[in-house]
Design a protein around this ligand. Structure first.
Ligand SMILES: *Cc1c(COP(=O)(O)O)cnc(C)c1O
Length: 394
């Protein structure tokens, strides 16, 4: 049985009539830019995310860019972000003319390592941009303590973590800005590109709203140079249908993640970090750090390189890549998020070389397998069996 990495069919079919009605409503109104659907979506998001301001934007990438623009960053400024993340995190920094300074991540949570952040602070550092990768929060207390000590802003890249909590608080509400994405593969997936910017600061919210519309205030008068970063009314209308369901999606993903962890442990293939004997098994299973409500945008294994688990496979061979090929051969969807850390990307080759050993290791070990809410137990059993077969052949 083939198992897709992600299927949106069931989720979208379940509400198909409500989506059709939303589409008809927007078509009927001819209000395609801003308007009531956008306002309603933004208000609903402030409630869901427990934050004062929510600003609908064109994508998660544009949410990041808009946050950086609202804070006025540019040439000469340095912003620290993890090297192990999706490209948009570092790309948005570079697009403002500021310099992205890459820091290393934690080998268990995959999130920004606060100790390494502190090492990379210079007198040009202006902000820290943690990413809540795969759906769980970075170590925000430690990051905010560093930011306070050095008078830095904090911008959360929460693109993969809409609805996740850190010590009871929604991510995106615990720093200067939160940036979210409704790319279709995110937990709250839209029907195209869309994003959201959140903040509790009235002044920053005002600035971001103006910059979202070409820096225009009042109409056709521009003191600032902004862009077109608006969310489509149609996206907002469709997301208004899906938003009330988000907690249910996360809960279903969490159940699927717990089942995988149980089954991989039972099969003797892996344990979570800190459990006795975890070092000796071929897989390190993902887990939520203390204080985190993980929303499992991805369920990401660490497939340890053979040398690390005492195999006789040749030095330098990548077990993860072999397992990926095996799963693909069996029709099981899986993906490597991400194979090249940002400091190794060609477009950043001109930056000073940096030593980021954990990011480099994770780029060779991370493998995400299907965890979407509608995944069935039978499909999960199939995935586990295919992985067990791979290690039995070794
Ligand atoms: C998806 C994602 C983004 C970008 O979001 P888009 O809506 O695709 O522009 C940024 N950062 C991270 C970590 C992401 O996963």
């Amino acid at each position: 049985m083939a198992v897709p990495l992600l299927s949106l069919t069931e989720q979208n079919q379940a509400q198909i009539e409500a989506y059709r009605a939303a589409f008809e409503r927007v078509m009927g109104s001819c209000q395609f830019i801003m308007g009531g659907e956008v306002t309603a979506f933004e208000q609903a998001c402030t409630k869901e995310l427990e934050v004062k301001h929510a600003i609908g934007v064109s994508s998660g990438t544009d949410a990041l860019l808009l946050a950086l623009m609202a804070l006025g960053f540019g040439p000469g400024d340095e912003i620290i972000c993890p090297a192990f993340t999706f490209f948009a995190t570092g790309g948005s920094i570079a697009r403002t003319g500021a310099s992205a300074v890459f820091a290393d991540v934690d080998p268990v949570t995959f999130n920004l390592d606060p100790l390494d952040v502190e090492r990379r602070i210079s007198r040009r550092t202006r902000a820290i941009m943690p990413v809540h990768l795969y759906g769980q929060a970075a170590d925000m207390d430690a990051i905010k303590a560093i930011a306070e000590k050095h008078k830095l802003f904090v911008i959360e890249d929460a693109a993969q973590a809409f609805g996740a909590r850190y010590k009871g608080k929604r991510v995106g509400s615990i720093s200067d800005f939160g940036c979210f994405s409704f790319f279709p593969s995110k937990n709250l997936g839209g029907f195209g590109d869309a994003g959201l910017l959140t903040t509790n600061d009235d002044e920053l919210a005002h600035q971001a709203r103006i910059l979202r519309m070409h820096g225009m205030e009042p109409k056709y008068f521009h003191q600032l140079i902004g862009g077109n970063f608006r969310i489509d009314a149609l996206q907002a209308a469709l997301l208004n249908v899906k938003l009330p369901e988000h907690e249910g999606f996360h809960a279903a993903r969490a159940k699927n993640a717990a089942y995988y962890n149980e089954q991989f442990a039972k099969a003797g293939l892996g344990k979570v970090a800190g459990e006795a004997g975890a070092d000796k098994l071929p897989l390190l299973l993902p887990s939520a750090a203390e204080g985190n409500t993980h929303i499992w945008n991805q369920y990401t294994l660490r497939v340890k390189n053979r040398a690390a688990v005492g195999s006789t496979a040749p030095e330098g061979s990548c077990t993860r890549d072999a397992l990926r090929a095996h799963l693909q051969g069996r029709g099981i969807g899986c993906e490597v998020y991400y194979p090249v850390p940002l400091h190794r990307q060609e477009c950043f080759a001109h930056l000073a070389p940096v030593d980021l050993p954990v990011s480099e290791l994770l780029a060779t070990e991370a493998l995400s397998i299907p965890v979407f809410p509608e995944l069935t137990r039978a499909q999960q059993d199939e995935v586990v069996a295919a992985i067990a077969d791979f290690f039995a052949q070794e």
